[in-house]
Design a protein around this ligand. Structure first.
Ligand SMILES: *Cc1c(COP(=O)(O)O)cnc(C)c1O
Length: 389
């Protein structure tokens, strides 16, 4: 019988050992043994799928990867030590000198650094298009454009990009469509259904979901993953078997966790909507979100993040962070613990005012990663902090 992806996220498991364990053990081994010279020769000649060395493959890492492929509806995948190594490998394996990468302007900071600082060192050109001007994207495609890269919802502004329209554009122009699906997670949004060829993830965020380990994964078309696998096998960003064990276990509860994160986020965002100290509140599943219709089309729920703009600007933003009693001030997101961030004074402080403006980071912007605490406790913490601003 063919099971639903959510069942597979629980039931996919490495072959049981003679101990008949119910849950998966950890495969903390750097290499694997062979019975004889012939078996070893065949493994090295790629005639078998036998594990050789944990930089190439490891049963626990494969279990996590297989679950991610099932959830995303993807053919194949490779798991990495962090989200950034997944992003980097997807560029390095598939782009070459003379190619052009088209990327959406509101992307994760380190991804921006790789694109602008490192890709040009290898002769790979790039240009950015605006998340809120999809009508301009087609004109930005050059004869040597090889890949389109985007994130949706975007960070930290939570804009929604129409995956179906982007998928069509890539098909028309024969581009590799590469989507960072970290913010939505595969239980909420499946870019493959809209034509994505590759999906990258930081598993560090919602997938782990408890702020314990780093991890990443790239899944997608078999022939593209093969090149990524060969690049990673030689360059070494392999996911540790310990982290894979944690992340595979985490996938068993991803769907129920995300439902609660999203339920809390929608309820809190709704109750803050008309607060006198806020200019606006933005959450993909609030009808006031400018891309609400697209969000409803491509997402099952609105996710665990929302943001708002304080009327008082930069000083208010800092005051807001200082006044929080429950929420954490930390550089992560996607945790059981709610987290507040003020991009203008922290993650995006190095950008110029104009650069911040271009990606919607206003001085009073606050982003909340909604945790699994009791929703009223989270809301009340925000309300009492707003009183201090
Ligand atoms: C955190 C993050 C990354 C990078 O992941 P790491 O696991 O920290 O390397 C990439 N994309 C997005 C959207 C992220 O939030």
């Amino acid at each position: 019988m063919e099971y639903h992806p959510l069942t597979k996220a629980i039931r996919i498991q490495t072959e049981r050992t003679h101990e008949m364990e119910h849950s998966t053990p950890m495969f903390l081994t750097s290499s694997f043994q062979f019975e004889n010279a012939e078996d070893m020769r065949a493994a090295f000649a790629d005639e078998t799928d036998d594990n050789i060395y944990s930089r190439f493959s490891n049963p626990g890492v494969q279990e996590f990867t297989d679950k991610m492929c099932a959830l995303e509806g993807a053919e194949a995948g490779y798991a990495t030590a962090s989200g950034m190594s997944a992003v980097f490998a997807s560029f390095m394996a598939l782009l070459k000198a003379g190619d052009h990468l088209l990327a959406c302007n509101s992307i994760f900071g380190s991804t921006h650094t790789i694109i602008t600082k490192y890709l040009p060192k290898y002769g790979i050109e790039y240009s950015y298009v605006s998340a809120d001007k999809p009508e301009e994207w087609a004109a930005a495609i050059r004869p040597n454009t090889k890949m389109l890269y985007l994130e949706t919802p975007t960070n930290p502004g939570l804009d929604i990009i129409d995956l179906e329209a982007a998928g069509k554009l890539c098909k028309e122009h024969n581009l590799i469509f590469n989507v960072d699906n970290c913010f939505a997670t595969p239980v909420n949004q499946r870019p493959v259904e809209f034509g994505a060829d590759l999906i990258v993830h930081s598993a560090t965020k919602w997938i782990d979901g408890q702020g314990r380990v780093l991890g990443g994964v790239v899944v997608g078309k078999k022939e593209l993953i093969k090149d990524i696998y060969l690049f990673c096998r030689s360059s070494g960003p392999a996911l540790s078997p310990f982290n894979a064990w944690i992340l595979s276990k985490s996938l068993e509860t991803l769907d129920v966790r995300m439902e609660r994160h999203a339920g809390n986020a929608l309820s809190i965002a709704t109750q803050l909507q008309n607060h006198p100290q806020l200019n606006w509140v933005k959450y993909p599943f609030l009808p006031t979100h400018p891309n609400y219709e697209i969000a409803r089309k491509q997402m099952r729920n609105g996710g665990g993040l929302f943001c708002f703009e304080l009327k008082g600007g930069l000083e208010s933003g800092r005051k807001f962070l200082d006044s929080l009693q429950l929420m954490s001030l930390t550089a992560n997101l996607g945790d059981t613990r709610s987290i507040a961030s003020h991009p203008a004074s922290t993650t995006h402080a190095k950008l110029t005012e104009d650069e911040r403006q271009a990606v919607g980071i206003t001085p009073g912007l606050i982003r909340i990663s909604v945790g699994l605490e009791y929703a009223d406790d989270i809301l009340n913490d925000i309300l009492q902090a707003l009183e201090q601003c």
